[in-house]
Design a protein around this ligand. Sequence first.
Ligand code: DUT
Ligand code: MG
Length: 151
Amino acid sequence: MVEVMVTLLDPSIPLPSYAHPGDAGADLCTTVDVTLQPGERAVVPTGIAIALPVGYVALVHPRSGLAARAGLSIVNAPGTVDAGYRGEIKVCLVNLDPREPIVLARGDRIAQLVLQRVEQASFTVVDALPESSRGAGGYGSTGGFAVTSAT
Ligand SMILES: O=c1ccn([C@H]2C[C@H](O)[C@@H](COP(=O)(O)OP(=O)(O)OP(=O)(O)O)O2)c(=O)[nH]1
Ligand SMILES: [Mg+2]
């Protein structure tokens, strides 16, 4: 377990919480009522700010139940909360349903926070990269579908 310091910017909103022991995602709640029309997005506050230990990131993921049932997703999924970020965690929600609005009430669980260890890279310029089996193949190179480049 990693200890993460939290400030409650809205004391009546619960701490991020894991539904079951061993879960990867701790649920985040909205502090506001919000209705998203089809295709509409909104940046929604969660009422918490955190201080992650250096070497960790918190990723803001959609919840699968709301995604499947209502079409609720996150525009920048997964959102990246940097270790040095001390502001309120906000979620950029979007309604992907083509017909129905999504009505969310203050206190509803709208997203989940997944903590991961991360490394920073030191980027080194070289003349040529080491060879590999994949080489430059990507974007469907192993079959399934082909992607034509826009450039
Ligand atoms: O879902 C998210 C994503 C980001 N953030 C906060 C924490 C993160 O550390 C900061 C910056 O996020 P990011 O680097 O993804 O956004 P940016 O557009 O590059 O902003 P910046 O120029 O501030 O880095 O915004 C959130 O609260 N929720
Ligand atoms: Mg950034």
